[in-house]
Design a protein around this ligand. Structure first.
Ligand code: GLY
Length: 403
């Protein structure tokens, strides 16, 4: 038995965050032309992300931009997207090493820090791991670690053992609402177990993911958006949508969150059932007759007005980033398809159809995302998370060139 096998068979170490994942040999060859495009995109992103600093009033975070009115909409630190702006600044900084980005990144982290004690949202993974998690990865510090740990503790308060899940949205006492998006908040919990040795965070993440596989997914491996559980018995009361076209539809961003979330689950646990789940979601998305040739999904895979339905650049960016991780773990043929699709997405998002002209688009990198179409909010606008996952996807693509 070699050292790797010994580690894999040591359950305690597994729980402490040393999973055995079967990384395939990295044989996917990045295209030189796309690498050049990405390098240019990063330079452009560096310039573009300096626009916000001049627009934001104290305490404001960028939220979206209305192209027709030219109005930048902002939020406070409690909005679920507040971590994406500082996270994107830091990720761009990692590429360009432009010190001029850092004062703004630090200013936003300071504004965001108080959310570590927020127990009224499940979005702490998005808010705190994309921001402080990135900051701590680039320059580990006890202060960042403390913020992340308190954030994980706050998130864990929302776990209900009877349901086997973390509550997403606060609602009336007889409802316990869990959305597929919540898979994205689990990475923070894995970090907390690795940082402290306390396996309770790990166990919550695994339990939540298992409950999600059981109840959110359909036979074709598409996902419902919202499951309403009975908070005392854990029985499923409703399967429905909030942001999708219909209860039985496949809201594109929800599918992308699931793809990304189960890829992380496999990375963090080494459990093959999560790899299978991620592969099944990828197949649903990539072999879907409603996925356009340019690989930018419609906002819902079964919206009623396809091919005239709006596209969602945010779902595309999340898919690209997830596929560029998943392709490392899966077989060669599937992996090549994932890698090529992610490249196609990055290429399409790099065209003027999606990528902002310098100085335009309120400071955002990408145009044409769909936030909440049924509510009529954030429809066909730039969004912070589209930019965040676009930058992450480009970095992941570059990593295949050893850069
Ligand atoms: N987590 C909310 C959304 O994806 O819109």
């Amino acid at each position: 038995m070699n050292l790797k096998n010994i580690i894999c068979n040591t359950a305690l170490l597994l729980v402490m965050g040393l999973p055995c994942i079967a990384q395939q040999k990295n044989t996917f060859k990045p295209q030189a032309a796309l690498l050049a495009t990405i390098n240019k995109n990063m330079v452009d992103a560096d310039a573009q992300y300096k626009v916000f600093a001049g627009e934001l009033q104290p305490g404001q975070f960028p939220k979206n931009f209305e192209p027709k009115t030219g109005k930048l909409e902002t939020s406070n630190s409690g909005w679920w997207c507040s971590g994406f702006y500082p996270g994107t600044l830091l990720n761009i900084y990692e590429e360009t090493r432009d010190e001029k980005l850092m004062p703004e990144a630090r200013r936003m982290l300071n504004l965001l820090a108080k959310e570590q004690y927020n127990t009224h949202t499940h979005d702490l993974g998005f808010m705190m791991y994309c921001s402080f998690g990135t900051a701590n990865r680039l320059a580990p510090s006890p202060d960042y670690k403390s913020v992340l740990l308190n954030s994980a503790k706050s998130l864990a308060t929302r776990f209900n053992p009877k349901v086997g899940a973390i509550k997403s949205w606060d609602a009336k006492p007889s409802d316990f609402l869990v959305i597929i998006d919540n898979m994205m908040n689990l990475e923070l919990l894995f970090w907390a177990t690795k940082a402290t040795g306390d396996s309770s965070y790990y166990k919550i993440a695994v339990t939540h993911a298992n409950t999600t596989i059981k109840n959110h997914y359909r036979a074709d491996h598409s996902s419902y958006h919202v499951i309403n559980y009975h908070p005392e018995t854990g029985a499923v009361q409703q399967k429905k949508t909030a942001q999708g076209f219909a209860d039985g539809s496949a809201w594109a961003r929800g599918q992308a969150w699931g793809l990304y979330g189960f890829t992380v689950m496999y990375r963090e646990t080494g459990d093959k059932q999560y790899l299978e789940q991620a592969n099944n979601i990828a197949r649903f998305l990539l072999n879907n007759p409603n996925l356009p040739a340019d690989k930018i999904p419609y906002w819902d895979f079964i919206a009623d007005n396809i091919p005239n339905a709006l596209r969602d650049a945010s779902a595309a960016a999340i898919m690209a980033s997830a596929l560029l991780e998943l392709c490392r773990y899966t077989g060669k043929a599937d992996g090549q398809q994932y890698f090529n699709t992610a490249a196609d997405i990055i290429k399409t998002l790099s065209t003027p159809q999606y990528k902002s002209a310098p100085g335009a688009n309120g400071g955002f990198l990408l145009q044409h995302s769909v936030g909440h179409l049924p509510a009529g909010t954030e429809v066909d606008v730039p969004l912070t998370y589209a930019d965040y996952y676009f930058v992450e996807a480009m970095k992941r693509y570059k990593a295949f060139a050893g850069k």
